[in-house]
Design a protein around this ligand. Structure first.
Ligand SMILES: [Zn+2]
Length: 386
């Protein structure tokens, strides 16, 4: 099998992140990228299917949720306890129902398949190609979203205490204390959705797509044996994993290796799992196979528990595939990671890359050796499976 050429991978990355640029899901940039990926896969002899799907813009959705919550909270000052509870339940229900009625955007997955005569197994190599709306600070953004959950819970507990006459402090004072929490959090959520700028998404995730396309070129020369190979570029990941959800709902497969942000950092990771409260573990079988690929290539892969990130392997895992994600980042531990490590998540990790979802996530930041190393691992993995 001919080797992975990082020069070719960089050409893809440059085309997607520099020439096409921002690729917000549902916009012209994303469609141009989809067209480019389709042409590349077809050029290598793949049967290409474009899977279209609809979604509601994440920022618009978050804005509605924040405004409804704020309205219900504000109304609870003059209203009685009973009426406040009704207003809160109504706001919660509306935040579920309203997005369904909101205008939809269209995105698409690009699926290139290398057919085998009698496939026994289907191997999927994937990466998302859309890019994210810029955030002032990615971590702050996540913190605001996470902190709203306990804040809402505290508000509800206070409301129930007031309803049953167990609240020791007068309601206006309790409300005032809660307002110190609520107004900055909801305000922060509104500000975080207001950015007009979209990241060029070089590391996140033109780098992953570049590896997918270059690996697809090399793998096209393989005799696939009894394994069917599918190279997939997911749309609308940054909007809430919509591409991988649509793919998981319609397609079947056995093993999936997803790539996300593989261009910057000093360490290659496989994602061991995601989340803090609702935890989801990736396939340990696939993770171990990746570690063995690394050993053969003299490359070290470390486990990462992605505490604050979702990846496209999640919908695939839910639909029964053995799936995981490879990513690259720098090691290090902050207070939250240290605390979680003590609480039984030894590999807790929040992304260190400074320019995630930022206007400066540009090709200059990419370390091509990372792209090459991940490319070699992907090809070794395919070789092991075919
Ligand atoms: Zn990403």
């Amino acid at each position: 099998m001919a080797g992975f050429e990082s020069r070719r991978a960089f050409e893809h990355l440059d085309k997607l992140a520099y020439e096409i640029g921002p690729r917000l899901a549902g916009t012209r940039g994303e469609r141009q990228a989809a067209e480019y990926i389709r042409a590349q896969l077809e050029g290598h002899g793949y049967q290409v299917k474009v899977q279209e799907f609809e979604f509601v813009d994440k920022a618009a959705r978050a804005r509605i949720e924040a405004l409804l919550l704020l309205a219900a909270f504000t109304a609870s000052l003059p209203l009685t306890a009973e009426a406040s509870l009704v207003a809160f339940v109504a706001a919660l229900a509306l935040s579920r129902v309203l997005p369904r009625a909101m205008p939809k955007r269209r995105s698409q997955n690009i699926v290139g398949v290398l057919r085998s005569e009698k496939p026994k197994e289907r191997l999927i190599i994937s990466a998302h190609y859309d890019s994210a709306r810029c955030t002032i600070d990615h971590r702050l953004n996540i913190f605001v979203r996470l902190a709203l959950v306990p804040a809402t819970l505290v508000f509800l507990i206070c409301l129930f205490a007031r309803l049953s006459g167990l609240l020791p402090i007068p309601w206006p004072i309790t409300w005032g204390c809660l307002a110190v929490l609520f107004f900055p959090l909801c305000g922060g959520m509104l500000v975080s959705t207001a950015s007009k700028h979209v990241s060029p998404g070089t590391n996140d995730n033109a780098s992953g797509v570049a590896v997918v396309l270059e690996a697809a070129r090399v793998a096209a020369e393989l005799h696939p044996g009894d394994v069917e190979l599918a190279f997939v570029a997911f749309g609308a990941e940054e909007q809430g994993l919509h591409g991988s959800r649509a793919f998981a709902a319609e397609s079947s497969g056995d093993v999936a290796l997803n790539l996300d942000a593989v261009g910057v950092g000093s360490r290659i990771y496989y994602v061991e799992g995601n989340g803090i409260v609702g935890r989801r573990r990736t396939s340990s079988e696939v993770n171990q196979a990746l570690v063995r690929c690394g050993v053969r290539l003299k490359l070290k892969l470390k486990p990462m528990w992605a505490i604050l990130a979702s990846h496209d392997h999640l919908p695939l895992l839910r639909s029964g595939l053995r799936a995981t994600t490879i990513t690259v980042d720098s090691p290090g531990m902050g207070k939250l990671e240290r605390l979680l490590s003590k609480l039984g998540l030894p590999n807790a990790h929040a992304r260190r890359y400074k320019y995630l979802h930022a206007i400066d996530d540009i090709p200059d930041k990419i370390e091509l050796t990372n792209v090459e190393r991940v490319g070699q691992i992907v090809l070794e993995f395919i070789k092991g499976a075919t």
